[in-house]
Design a protein around this ligand. Structure first.
Ligand code: ZN
Length: 335
């Protein structure tokens, strides 16, 4: 049965009685209450590929949504032709409330916030231990973006056969960031994907990492079916190549998780970040900040966190790490 084929059809009342039957018809009932539920897989020049049931649908944003953005990971309401047939175009009429929003500013001179991914719960930061060498400032910036957005970070360190992971892990030890260390061989033979996969089940994980770190190899190993998913994207662009401007959500085979591949991140602008949100990733420091002056940057003489750590309420290394992370907002990542 095509449950969503004709959303205005009276049959729909019998198919999904809960939607209409349980709610009184009043003038304030939401428009398009019969819209199908969709999940945005990728976006390309105004065309959105969405998963509806098990079909991939091409849709565009309805005019009534105005300037509201729709991004990968969004859960949306869709109306129109939902057959998924070639050259059909459905309309997204609603964007459900987001559980998280991963943002970045394009770079520090760009004041515009850009939402990268909605509804993710984890940010996998893929970094090579050598070739290219790790860029701790970029890792820090990714961590700040994750903490600001309420995502749990996961460090994925590659190429451990070229350089040991110890020194880098030492830097992040006070933060308690979970990590997976893998070698080049494991990237190739799938061992890396197996261990990363353990961290992904039941979660929506966005992957970031700049070129050469092995992110694409890893994502391809995690989602061997990517070819098919990419074919869907090709159908959207019609140009036989997958878009590099948008993130792409891929279902984790055999699990209920999602991998969201993001295009190579060269910078992670943090103009939008609010220190008071970042500190919530440090529950041991939050009560200490109650004694801070208003709008404390947590890196100023009157900051109450020094005394809080000195009194033994928190590990000074944690405070140092928080300050290092917050300082990355004001610094070029190449520094
Ligand atoms: Zn403070």
């Amino acid at each position: 049965m095509r449950r969503y084929g004709k959303h205005t059809d009276e049959d729909d009342v019998r198919v999904r009685p809960g939607r209409r039957g349980s709610r009184p018809r009043t003038s304030i009932r939401p428009k398009h209450e019969d819209a199908a539920e969709g999940f945005v897989l990728t976006v390309d020049r105004g065309r959105l590929t969405c998963l509806v049931d098990d079909r991939t649908i091409t849709a565009m944003k309805a005019r009534e949504l105005g300037r509201k953005g729709v991004v990968v990971g969004d859960r949306v309401g869709i109306v129109g032709d939902l057959s998924g047939a070639k050259d059909t175009l459905a309309r997204i009429v609603r964007v459900e409330e987001r559980s998280s929003v991963l943002r970045r500013t394009a770079d520090d001179d760009d004041p515009y916030e850009r939402v990268v991914v909605a509804n993710a719960d984890q940010l996998a930061i893929v970094t090579a231990l050598a070739d290219p060498p790790p860029r701790p400032r970029l890792i820090d910036r990714c961590l700040v973006a994750a903490y600001d957005a309420g995502l749990e970070p996961l460090l994925v360190l590659t190429k451990s056969d070229l350089s040991p992971a110890g020194p880098l892990l030492e830097t992040y030890e006070p933060l308690g960031v979970p990590y997976v260390v893998t070698s080049r061989e494991e990237l190739v033979d799938g061992g890396a994907a197996d261990r990363v996969r353990e961290q992904l089940n039941g979660r929506i994980t966005a992957f970031v990492g700049h070129s050469g770190v092995g992110k694409t190899t890893l994502v391809n190993a995690l989602v061997p079916d990517r070819q098919r998913a990419t074919g869907v994207v090709n159908a959207v662009t019609g140009r036989g190549r997958h878009t590099t401007t948008s993130a792409l959500a891929l279902p984790l085979p055999g699990g209920d998780g999602w991998v969201i591949d993001t295009p190579g991140v060269r910078s992670f602008g943090l103009n939008h970040v609010d220190p008071s949100r970042v500190i919530h990733a440090f529950p041991d420091l939050v009560p200490g900040a109650e004694g801070c002056p208003r709008a404390c940057s947590h890196d100023e003489p009157d900051c109450a966190l020094d005394a809080w750590a000195a009194e033994g309420h928190a590990d000074p290394d944690r405070l140092y790490s928080l300050r290092r992370l917050l300082a990355t907002r004001d610094r070029r990542e190449g520094d």
